[in-house]
Design a protein around this ligand. Sequence first.
Ligand code: NI
Length: 151
Amino acid sequence: MYQIIKVGDPILREKAAEVRRFNKNLHDLLDGMLETLRSCGNGVGIAAPQVGVSKRVVVMEIDDEVYELVNPVIVSKKGRDVDIEGCLSVPNRHGKVTRAARVKVEAQDRFGNPYTLEAKNLVARCVQHECDHLDGVLFIDVMSEEVEVEE
Ligand code: NI
């Protein structure tokens, strides 16, 4: 289990490093990120920099499905969708963010096998939010409007 790094910590602003070794360290990281995400209760995705590890690793859990994305690259985006986002690293703030409605992502699994994910709706939104984390971008940088949300 990890502690969530909060906005203000410079690691959240770094460009995360590509993963080259698909070993036990990576598997422990992925497992720990999922455990941490679940312990937060209200999150659907987490990127490694949010647990203090500047690597290109994302874990999401949406509708009981777990997604592990290592070195994800969004290769195509279609449509537009505006919705409200929050972030485990930016507590108590929410904002409207325009994202692509559908994305195609090329990534690797925990063993290094490449795969393609075609995502829409919340999965697509989450992929874009988490991939932003890998480049040091937070939703507060790209939101069009801050909104009040009852937690
Ligand atoms: Ni986030």
